[in-house]
Design a protein around this ligand. Sequence first.
Ligand SMILES: [Fe+2]
Length: 412
Amino acid sequence: MTPPIVDDGHKDLQDFRNLPRAPILSYLQKQAQPDAPRPKPAAPTLPYPLLAGFLPNRLFKWAFEYLRYRFAPRQPFPTYSATGSDNGVYELQGDAGEIRIALAGDWASGTDEAAGVAKLITAFDPHYAIHLGDVYYVGGPAEVDENFLGIRDPGRAYAPCLWPTGSRGSFALNGNHEMYALGGIGYFRIMLPKLGLTVNGKPQGQGASFFYLHNEHWRILAIDTGYNSVGWPIVERIFLPKCALPPQLLDWLRTTVKLDPKDPRGLILLSHHQYFSRYDDWYLKPAEQLAEFISRPVLWFWGHEHRMAIYEEFGVNGSIRAFGRCIGHGGLPIELPFPRARHEQCRIEFTDEREYPNDEKLRIGFNGFARLVLRGERLDIEYVDVCGDVAFTETWVARPGALARIAPTPRP
Ligand SMILES: [Fe+2]
């Protein structure tokens, strides 16, 4: 095995352990983070690191930021003009007969490991680099700068992290954490203008939080499950948000993409939230909405859960069926052991539960990302860990009318 990532001046994984999904606790954990990396090798981690957020000088800031950022309407939901030059539908482009695509979920933590994953993505020289969402802790402008755009925070001693640029395009999906600060201000106003198709080395701007890439064999559809993953504080604890796809996105699928259930090409879905999980909550609404457009099983990559898991085909009645690929192990600590199964019917083919040797003395798993290579009707996928080793591989072909896996052979 390649030696693990060494301390590189970025953030420490221990400050993201057991990161709560509740926005108010994400704001608290943000305040508990120190202003500089800890000396290494680190002392054993604190049993209750969140308590640091209750220090008097931080408590006021926590309350102020939470109230200011959370009690605000969501940012307007941008969409594409059907007649404009950018309609969110792009022809897949590569070179020398192949198209390389890097996918990582929950990467934007700013940790040494996130920086290590970014280096590996850059070494892969992707045509497209796509982040599946979540900028920590709350996706505010300063965090977007420091954890995604590679801009140092002058008030802190951390080295920043930069999302790699694909030679044909770089994109980011919307996660729940992006929506915690002024309803997505960092994502919609700061990140998206720095992404999109790459022309002459320059990003053209990502026009919306969803997009579609395609060629004669493959289609890649990226959707926004983050926008409707939050509601108003307190109310959202009673009426749980369902991550429904916004009506503007559905209209775009009908009128611009014209997504056709009979289309014989292979279909890859990208989202932040999981459709189903063996260990965690299910978000069924998007899969139900997509049944209008999709009649065959799809490959579906998602994040949100901080682990790597390869699922067998699964779906619920009235919704699409999918081969789920959870790759939310981009930049946060992977808690070990994995929790007990909550949904035994979601059968796992592979999970990466190896222990990652680290200088923070944490019992955690490996971070990583996915490398996809399209060659004609063939798709090769490698799931690569933060040390550059391949944890799992699979090969698919998009033959007219069906998506078939040719290696490794799935369980009958
Ligand atoms: Fe998430």
